[in-house]
Design a protein around this ligand. Structure first.
Ligand code: ZN
Ligand code: ZN
Ligand code: FE
Length: 765
């Protein structure tokens, strides 16, 4: 048998819990090779024995037809000498090694399982926990790796003989599917605080929703609050109960047909909507849809997802004779600022007052996973909130780094990040750390993810802000602490996502972050590389009266900006009156404080500039949720009916020679033109366009000075598609290479990655 060769393939990527080994067995049979396949923590190892040609054929099949849910990052191949001869191809039980580990995110129900669930002859007919080797919960039920049932929250549910038979038989769809179960052996749904279980509980929840009431539904990563999205009264009541007057609710629509009825959707968007991650997608509403206006008031877009857990499908379709609405509000079941509820106890303590019934179940959620939220930019996904379905897939860079770090992330929209060598694992969404419950969730989730990844960080990165709760959590880790300036972290995130670490001109256009000079930053131009940054420039500094507590009240910023423009209180007061920004007393109070510098900080926050301009143009004086005024400003600009005017007064310099984007002149001109009666939509458009003109000029100047030709567009303001498109296209025309975000959010949900990359770089040497 001299023509037999033996090769060892190590396959890295998402290879656990995705039906990898059965697929490998099938390919082995088709190629006529012998050998073994075994799951190690970080990789799957395949010993391939056969003729040269058969081995090549096997590898080709593996690469061309990987398991549907797998994601192969790389294959290491080595030829083995003196290997024993294998009699067949077999699957070896899990070994366990330490190292780079890939934890699969949760996977939406697959078509095969959906078909079985609605097949009256199937033994899992209408079973709310149906799953298989290529679908079902993963991260949210995991205790440790390797991914085996005893290390998940399914260990409380011993398999019945029928399920066990499927689980152990490589020929079935449920071979090695850890959460496999059936109505006899699996978890159960029930109504909280009542005796109703199983079928009765599902029917009761459906009745509640149909009647225009509100149900809490336990899904994969936590509870949703759910009501009929076509029922105005139901949606309004949910708004009142949640004290959420205007922030858009996401909706779950029954199927693609319903999505097409309610929204405009491109083929690329449809692919994401129906894919196995099932994020919430921001889609443009179609006129004449059935969704209540109160779902996303005064908003041309709505966040849409398709059912992803079996229980969601059962809410729409069941055999109880009830006809359900095809659009449901599905908003996170939490009190504003707190983490999403995951246990009955959380529901009882926090959201019981918001809902008329609670459909729960007894499969425990180990790690919360909020729904991911995605926009589209240039017909490609553009992540806004990265969580269920994506976390904790790693971002891979090619630096050859060694070591382990933790980065705790930012204060708002917190996600943290664990770095292991060249792999960076952003966590699921944690939330706003102003709430102590969220801080606790952060600490718990850090512990869980470190366990899953078997990571023992040797350093911890955090924000530069000394009093952030995230900073306190970082200090408690007892590791060397590496504070990273907020907007620099944004730039590093953008660089890491693009695996580009050459120096860049970072445009970090953002809400607020603590600057190295103790002032508030947020509209920054930072020449950045891994070693550090130089602040090349910023927008024009302005006074923020009332500190950052004014962050939701753009009119306050507008008043103090106007004070800065006029140089005196009397003229400012006159303009404030003409613009109808606020009452005279309120205005006088702010003007006095601004004049005397009481309770006033210097700021270059781009986010606050957007809020102020929104107020000046009479679009939104204040926001009821973060970003509202700025978002509506964008919508008005997108509704403008002409092309933008070119802005020429772009750059100034400060005393130290830094570039100052001339936003003060811009605001002055917007005030004048607004008072001259120009259309606010046109002015909103010109504002966006002028910012892009300024950014272009600043980048040109920076390129002349430094020779750097790459620009990175990052920060929460680049959630604004219009600003992004205007800026990117101008930069491209001027010959810049432009880095933008794609699957890591441009907002504070992304900065953990940048922090981690910084810490990892510092650990080398
Ligand atoms: Zn399935
Ligand atoms: Zn069973
Ligand atoms: Fe930020």
């Amino acid at each position: 048998m001299t023509d037999l060769v033996t090769r060892r393939l190590r396959v890295y990527g998402i290879v656990q819990g995705v039906g990898f080994r059965p697929t490998v067995s099938r390919h082995a049979a088709a190629s006529g090779i012998h050998g073994t396949v075994c799951n190690f923590g970080p990789y799957v190892e395949i010993l391939v024995q056969g003729t040269e040609q058969a081995c090549d054929d096997f590898r080709m099949r593996l690469e061309r037809q990987p398991p549907r849910r797998a994601s192969i990052l790389k294959i290491d191949e080595q030829t083995l000498e003196d290997a024993p001869e294998y009699p067949d191809f077999s699957i070896i039980e899990s070994g366990k090694t330490r190292g780079e580990i890939f934890v699969s995110p949760d996977i939406a129900i697959c078509e095969d399982c959906e078909r079985e669930m609605f097949d009256p002859k199937d033994r899992r007919y209408l079973h709310p926990f149906i799953n298989c080797t290529c679908c079902g919960p993963r991260l949210t039920i995991l205790d440790a790796l390797p991914y085996d049932r005893e290390r998940t929250s399914m260990k409380e549910f011993p398999m019945c003989p029928d399920c066990a038979a499927e689980y152990y038989d490589p020929a079935t769809r449920r071979y090695d599917a850890q959460p496999v179960c059936c109505p006899d052996c699996g978890p159960q749904v029930y109504l909280l605080g009542s005796r109703e279980k199983g079928r009765d509980a599902i029917t009761a929840a459906r009745r509640t929703i149909l009647a225009g009431e509100i149900a809490a539904i336990k899904g994969i990563g936590g509870f949703h609050l759910c009501c009929d999205a076509t029922n105005r009264d139901a949606v309004s009541r949910l708004r009142t109960l949640k004290t959420r007057p205007a922030k858009p609710f996401a909706v779950m629509l029954r199927d693609m047909e319903t999505v097409r009825r309610e929204c405009f959707v491109t083929p690329a968007q449809e692919k994401i909507l129906t894919g196995h991650q099932k994020p919430i997608l921001l889609l443009k509403k179609r006129p004449g849809g059935l969704l209540a206006e109160a779902v996303a008031p005064d908003n041309p877009y709505v966040g849409v997802m398709l059912p992803y857990a079996p229980i969601h499908l059962l809410l729409f379709r069941y055999d109880d004779g009830i006809t359900m609405p095809d659009c449901l509000v599905m908003t996170s079941g939490n009190v504003s600022g707190a983490p999403i509820c995951r246990e009955d106890r959380d529901v009882e303590q926090e959201i019981l007052g918001f809902c008329d019934t609670v459909l729960s179940h007894d499969r425990k959620i180990r790690i919360r996973a909020d729904d991911s939220v995605m926009d589209f930019y240039r017909d490609r996904p553009y992540m806004i909130r990265r969580s269920r379905g994506y976390a904790p897939l790693p971002v891979m860079v090619s630096r050859g780094w060694k070591g382990q770090v933790l980065a705790v992330g930012g204060e708002l929209k917190n996600t943290f990040c664990v770095g292991v060598n060249d792999l960076f694992y952003p966590s699921p969404y944690v939330g706003d750390l102003e709430d102590i419950r969220t801080v606790e969730a952060l600490e718990e989730t850090i512990g869980r993810l470190e366990t899953l990844l078997e990571a023992e960080p040797k350093a911890v990165a955090c924000d530069l802000h000394p009093r952030y709760n995230s900073t306190l959590v970082a200090e408690k880790q007892g590791l060397p602490l590496l504070p990273v300036q907020h907007h620099y972290a944004h730039v590093l995130t953008c660089m890491a996502e693009n695996d580009c670490f050459d120096p860049v001109i970072g445009l970090s256009f953002d809400g607020t972050g603590y600057g190295t000079d103790g002032t508030i930053w947020g509209g920054e131009i930072l020449l950045s590389d891994l070693d550090g940054f130089r602040r090349l420039g910023s927008i024009a500094p302005f006074s923020q009266v009332g500190g950052d507590s004014s962050s939701r009240e753009g009119w306050r910023i507008a008043v103090s900006m106007i004070r800065g423009l006029t140089g005196n209180a009397e003229d400012a007061l006159e303009l404030v009156k003409q613009l109808d920004l606020c009452g005279e007393q309120q205005a006088r109070a702010i003007l006095t404080m601004a004049g005397k510098n009481i309770n006033t900080v210097q700021s270059t926050s781009m986010g606050r500039l957007f809020d102020a301009v929104s107020a000046i143009l009479g679009i939104r004086r204040a926001s009821t949720f973060e970003g509202e005024a700025a978002t509506v400003l964008q919508f008005r600009a997108e509704a403008a009916n002409r092309t933008p005017k070119k802005w020429t007064s772009t750059l100034d310099a400060d005393l130290e020679g830094r570039m100052i984007l001339n936003t003060a002149d811009l605001v002055r001109s917007l005030v004048d033109r607004r008072l001259a009666g120009e259309d606010p939509c046109d002015l909103a458009l010109d504002f966006h366009s002028a910012l892009a003109d300024m950014a272009l000029e600043a980048c040109r100047r920076a390129r002349e000075e430094t020779g750097v030709e790459t620009a990175a567009l990052t920060g929460g303001c680049y959630q604004n598609r219009l600003l992004l498109e205007l800026t990117e296209s101008r930069l491209e025309t001027a010959g810049f290479r432009v880095l933008t975000h794609r699957l890591i959010p441009p907002n504070d949900g992304g900065i953990g990655l940048g922090q981690a990359v910084y810490a990892m770089h510092r650990m080398q040497t």
